[in-house]
Design a protein around this ligand. Sequence first.
Ligand SMILES: NC(=O)c1ccc[n+]([C@@H]2O[C@H](COP(=O)([O-])OP(=O)(O)OC[C@H]3O[C@@H](n4cnc5c(N)ncnc54)[C@H](OP(=O)(O)O)[C@@H]3O)[C@@H](O)[C@H]2O)c1
Length: 234
Amino acid sequence: MKPHVICLMMSSLDGRVEVSRWSPSKGGDEDQRGALYEATHAKLDGDAWICGRETMEEFAKGLPHPPADPGVPQRPLHVARSGASRYAVGVDSGGKLHFGGPTANGDPAIVLLGSDVTDAHLAELAADGVSYFVGDAPHVDLAVCLAMLQREFGIEHLLLEGGGGLVGSMLAAGLVDEFHLLLCPAVDGTTGGRSIIEAGETGLVDRVTLSLTSHELLDDGVLLMRYAVRSRPA
Ligand SMILES: NC(=O)c1ccc[n+]([C@@H]2O[C@H](COP(=O)([O-])OP(=O)(O)OC[C@H]3O[C@@H](n4cnc5c(N)ncnc54)[C@H](OP(=O)(O)O)[C@@H]3O)[C@@H](O)[C@H]2O)c1
């Protein structure tokens, strides 16, 4: 069992994710596009949102501050806060995120970690009031983590909010149910920029099928497209 997963991404015409680099358009500077993304996120009303380590760094800007005596932190699960109406979940196999408090963008934070994470890092998260789950392997097993989020935190509706690396991994693992795309009238145009889906050599194209379920023309030429996703894990 796992939560229902809706991926929400905002893209330029060339499928890129770094909004700050896009060409401007009417009603479409970086702040306005950020506000549109947040408004769309709010309407979906998820129990939690999940993002990769790089994206979560926009909210977890702290420096390392492990307690002097880490003791023996709980493994695999530490629940700092239960019963919240919404959580922020970060995927951070190596333990590189530093919070400095219990929330990310106002929501209680949960971090998904790999088995190599140090006791000092876990003690830091616990001292900050952040919940965490440590997997059995160095790389986070997303299917195991999603089942845990549903079981331990009651998360039934999960919003997958980038970046392209985590989106690619979730699609490749067959864990995404819907894909909602905000397509903006803008171009990035650079060679080698980050894409909305980066699945590497996972063979994703042979295992995923998308079907358009609805679309909506929003203000200033932004198109919101909703797709049902059918995929099977490798
Ligand atoms: N336009 C949009 O809608 C939108 C939404 C979100 C983000 N963004 C932008 O996207 C960019 C970041 O995207 P990104 O793809 O570079 O990074 P990301 O997906 O945010 O983070 C990727 C990192 O997450 C960690 N990770 C751990 N387990 C993973 C797994 N199973 N699969 C994938 N990642 C895993 C890895 O960190 P380690 O290397 O430490 O292991 C990996 O490098 C930023 O510029 C951000 O602003 C745009």
